[in-house]
Design a binder for this molecule. Structure first.
Ligand code: HEC
Length: 125
C-alpha cells in the first residue's frame, strides 16, 4: 500500500521549514477570528473573509473597503501565495506599511505554518 506524503514547498527567505498542521492552525486562527471569518459569505467583521485566501487575488472582496496600503500590495504582488501570507502574518506592517489591519503579527514560524495549513484546507467559496 502506497503512503502518500503531503509536502508543501515554501519558497523564499524566512519561510517555515515544515508544511504545518491544520488542526494546530485552527488554534492559531484564534489570533484572527475576532476580525476574520472563514465561513463563506460571512463578511460582517472588521477584516475581509478569508475562505479560500490562498491563491486568491489580494484585496478581492468586493464589498470591503481596503486601505490604500492593501491596494498597493495588490498592485505589487497580485495573489496571496503561501510565502506572502507567511510574511504578512509575521509582520503585517512590514509587508503592507500603513495597513488598517491592527495586528502585531505571529512571531513563531511553526505557528504560521500551522495557520497556513489550516487556511489552505478551507476551500474557496
Ligand atoms: C484587529 C483585527 C484584525 C486581526 C486580529 C487580524 N486581521 Fe487580518 N485584516 C484586518 C483588516 C482590517 C484587514 C484589511 C487591511 C487593509 O485593508 O489594509 C485585514 C486584511 C487581511 C488579509 C488580506 C485579505 C484580502 O482580502 O486580501 C489577510 C490575508 C489577513 N488579514 C489575514 C489575517 C490573519 C491570518 C490574521 C491572524 C493571524 C489576521 N489577519 C488578524 C483585521 C484584522
Amino acid at each position: 500500500m502506497a503512503v502518500l506524503v503531503a509536502c508543501t514547498v515554501f519558497p523564499g527567505a524566512g519561510s517555515p521549514a515544515n508544511a504545518g498542521d491544520p488542526a494546530q492552525g485552527e488554534r492559531v486562527f484564534q489570533y484572527c477570528y475576532s476580525c476574520h471569518s472563514v465561513m463563506p459569505g460571512e463578511t460582517n467583521l472588521q477584516g475581509p473573509n478569508l475562505a479560500g485566501i490562498i491563491g486568491r487575488p489580494i484585496a478581492a472582496q468586493n464589498d470591503f473597503a481596503y486601505s490604500p496600503a492593501m491596494r498597493d500590495l495588490a498592485a505589487r504582488e497580485r495573489v496571496w501565495s503561501e510565502s506572502l501570507l507567511d510574511r504578512f502574518t509575521a509582520q503585517p506592517e512590514a509587508v503592507a506599511p500603513m495597513t488598517s489591519m491592527q495586528f502585531h503579527g505571529v512571531d513563531d514560524p511553526a505557528e504560521r505554518a500551522d495557520l497556513i495549513a489550516y487556511l489552505r484546507a478551507i476551500p474557496r467559496p
